[in-house]
Design a protein around this ligand. Structure first.
Ligand code: PEP
Ligand code: MG
Length: 591
């Protein structure tokens, strides 16, 4: 909105809004997280000072880790915080500490170089071990290596918990692991140069309810720590050195927005049904089990997508069957009467947990991802299936498999699921007998044969985040081609229409759990195409439900038909914007 900008005085960067909200405050620019160490010889009279320098750095690193541990424990629970115990243990280990000191003394080399050599050697030997747990330790070693060396070199590490006062974080890029380590009491918002709205760090920011704008391209270059700015994560703007008038305007906007959200939440218990009586499911997407309580607060809804891979970002090792069981059972126990769709882990692409050694790939998004990982590492998949099945007795468990691209993949998943069920039965371990199984349709080949895939399962869920990237050949996290990443591209709309139709013809229900389900402009179109379930970011539940309750199925069908007659995404978006403004004047705040 041009009127929100103070064109004369404020410098405004434009990116993509990734998690709604407004943040006003100081900037903290995160540096690169790469460690660089050069060989550096020391003289014998420097030895004691260098050893002292090393010991102080270790002590500082340990303080930092304890702080991170406490914050993670508060945010995500004690299990997630265990990752840090391993690192503390390593920093007490004689094989690391004593060896570094010996090296400084015997070889007359600097503290950072000595520590780097000792840890890298250990790390390399662990990285090649067969045992998954030991390989995961290599990632911990990498972490402590950076932390201690940054302290020795006096470099500010990319550790969000180090913030001494609340700030808007500006970074080139944030990974899911960076995002999870943030201190939510201090982070006002995220502004990144890279990344798209559906990159996984952006999805996580939404889960954590932190306002975020991605794809700002030059934010790191234009800002320095301490600058004052406004992050408008509705419009996707970063206003640098704002004038007093802008600050006042944005404060007002922020309080208006909170009032708007409050009003939407007033009817949270009402069912999502159109004016002419068509029932639509509205469910939530979650990344962490603790979010299920927030979903419950938003009304009576199930979980349409539990992205289980995030469990793996909060632990130093591949979570055991027991740990996974506790997570899944926890979600079901919080919402025992509503369906919970657990998606088996979707690694690969931009989701590579430290605990898992992925072979290097030129095109990770087209490589070893999701179902393809299960085929290669069947034990990991079986462990997860056991945990899910054991947890199924606590509620309405559903299982969903990601990245299915052909019939044989869904058959493989079904077969393994059956084998694991047989195994549990033989062991006398109880599990629910009637667990619906679904496939995500997020690869174009699956969209085209969605009728064949529907025959093999009980429901389909359209993953538009990936379906858009794969069908339009546009990396979902690349801001350089973000202008092509369009849910309203007629090709994507036709895919969605056809998947729903083919699913219905085979007698299965069809949901949509990509970010498009949370887009208020798309709601009427999707209803009109016959979508049965919207699985949305928890923050979007009240809005999407409000729209559903105010429309008639017939008018949505007409709208969908009209929209499918347009030739370009811009025509569709313009038309939908006009309809929305006419029909929902009081909701335009969310556009
Ligand atoms: C999707 O691709 O739309 C989806 C929901 O899965 P993810 O975003 O986790 O890849
Ligand atoms: Mg996906």
């Amino acid at each position: 909105m041009a009127t929100r900008r103070e064109k004369k005085k404020d410098l405004v960067l434009k990116g993509t809004a990734a998690s709604p909200g407004i943040a006003i405050g100081k900037i903290y620019v995160l540096g690169s997280n790469d460690v660089s160490v050069d060989y550096s010889a020391i003289s014998s009279h420097e030895v004691d000072a260098k050893i002292k320098e090393f010991q102080t750095a270790v002590a500082d690193a340990k303080d930092e880790i304890r702080l991170l541990k406490a914050q993670t424990e508060r945010a995500l629970g004690p299990d997630s915080a265990k990752i840090f115990d391993v690192q503390l243990f390593m920093l007490d280990d004689e094989a690391i500490v004593h060896k570094t000191i010996e090296k400084i003394r015997a070889e007359l080399v600097s503290a950072d170089y000595s520590f780097y050599q000792v840890v890298t050697e250990l790390e390399e030997s662990m990285a090649t071990m067969k045992d998954e747990y030991m390989r995961a330790r290599a990632a911990d070693l990498r972490d402590i290596k950076k932390r201690v060396i940054f302290h020795i070199q006096g470099v500010q590490q990319k550790v969000l918990s180090k913030l001494s006062e609340p700030a808007i974080i500006v970074a080139k890029e944030l990974t899911p692991s960076d995002t999870i380590s943030l201190d939510r009491t201090k982070v006002l918002g995220f502004a990144t140069d890279f990344g798209g709205r559906t990159s996984h760090a952006a999805i996580m920011a939404r889960s954590l309810k932190v306002p975020s704008v991605v794809g700002l391209v030059v934010a790191c270059q234009r800002l320095k720590t301490g600058d004052y700015a406004i992050l408008d994560a509705h419009e996707g703007l970063l206003v640098i050195h704002p004038s007093d008038t802008s600050i006042r305007k944005y404060r007002k906007l922020n309080s208006d927005y909170q009032g708007f959200e409050q009003r939407l939440r007033q009817h949270k218990e009402l069912p999502p049904v159109t004016k002419d009586g068509k029932d639509i499911e509205v469910a939530a997407n979650i990344e962490f089990s603790v979010e299920s309580s927030y979903v419950k607060e938003q009304g009576l809804h199930g979980i349409g997508l539990f992205r289980t891979e995030y469990l793996f970002f909060t632990r130093p090792h591949f979570p055991s069957e027991e740990e996974q069981f506790n997570e899944y059972a926890g979600v079901l126990k919080t919402i025992p009467d509503q369906p919970v769709i657990i998606r088996t882990f979707d690694f690969g692409g931009d989701k590579i947990p430290d605990s898992f050694s992925f072979p290097p790939e030129d095109n990770p998004f087209l490589g070893l991802r999701a179902i393809r990982v299960y085929q290669k590492y069947q034990d990991l998949f079986r462990t997860q299936l056991r945990a899910i099945l054991r947890a199924s007795i606590f509620g309405k468990m559903h299982i969903m498999f990601p990245m299915i691209s052909c019939v044989s993949e869904i058959r493989f998943c079904q077969q393994l699921l059956q084998e694991v069920k047989d195994e549990l039965s033989a062991e006398g371990i109880p599990f629910a007998r009637d667990i619906p199984v679904g496939a995500m349709i997020e690869v174009p080949s699956a969209a085209v044969i969605s009728d064949l895939i529907a025959k093999e399962c009980d429901f389909l869920s359209i993953g538009t985040n990936d379906l858009i990237q794969y069908s339009l050949a546009v990396d979902r996290g690349n801001e350089l081609v973000a202008y092509l990443y369009k849910p309203y591209n007629p090709a994507v709309l036709r895919f969605i229409r056809d998947i729903i139709k083919r699913g219905h013809e085979q007698g299965v229900w069809v949901g949509l759990c990509g970010e498009m389900a949370s887009d208020p402009l798309a709601t009427m179109v999707l209803i009109g195409m016959g979508l049965d379930e919207f699985s949305v970011s928890p923050v979007s539940i009240p809005l999407i439900k409000t729209i559903i309750r105010r429309v008639e199925f017939g008018e949505c069908q007409n709208l969908a038909e009209r929209v499918l007659s347009f030739s370009t995404p811009d025509e569709v978006e313009k038309y939908l914007g006009e309809v929305f403004k006419r029909k929902f004047q009081d909701l335009t705040f969310c556009l």
